[in-house]
Design a protein around this ligand. Structure first.
Ligand SMILES: [Fe+2]
Length: 175
């Protein structure tokens, strides 16, 4: 992680920062399985996937992060991966956000971008809220405990669970 990335993460809470760094490190361990041209971006996206928490605008951290990184000149791959990380579209739906907020970050024609997305979702889902190593089961249970039933995140994770598990399984199956 370079200085610019550390500065972007500085406004996050200490635990979110620890989580972010652990997700970045986890991606570093598997990035070599991605096409060479995606590796650096996948690692950057992993370190910065939750950066939007420290730079709120819309109040929806995947899009806040992607917009910030777009403004700063980060690549389209990085911005895409951050915008869509870990079933962000499901949570956006639960929040009643217009799906058009994702349009700037849709990306087609990039070979194995879906695999890079799966790797980020898996990295996030196998890392606890303070950066611990978690199984996907532990991680999903932890999120559902941390957020009240009926809350946006609890509802979104419940709805997204099959997609989250499928992505994590595809990722670990290709390792
Ligand atoms: Fe996140």
């Amino acid at each position: 992680m370079n200085q610019a990335m550390a500065e972007l993460l500085a406004p996050l809470t200490e635990s979110r920062r620890a989580h972010s760094i652990a997700v970045g490190r986890r991606m570093e361990t598997v990035a070599e399985l991605l096409p060479a041209e995606l590796r650096a971006d996948a690692v950057i996206a992993a370190y910065l996937h939750d950066v939007g928490y420290g730079h709120p605008d819309l109040g929806f951290h995947p899009i806040d992060g992607a917009r910030l990184l777009q403004t700063l000149g980060y690549s389209r791959v990085v911005c895409h991966m951050v915008a869509f990380h870990t079933a962000a579209e499901v949570e956006a739906g639960v929040r009643g956000l217009n799906a058009a907020v994702f349009d700037d970050f849709r990306l087609t024609g990039v070979a194995e971008l879906d695999k890079a997305d799966d790797f980020l979702w898996w990295s996030d889902l196998s890392t606890g809220p303070n950066g611990q190593d978690f199984t996907v089961d532990e991680r999903l249970a932890e999120i559902l405990r941390r957020y009240e039933p009926g809350s946006i995140v609890h509802t979104a994770i419940t709805q997204a669970e099959p997609r989250l598990r499928a992505a994590a399984q595809r990722a670990s199956g290709s390792m």
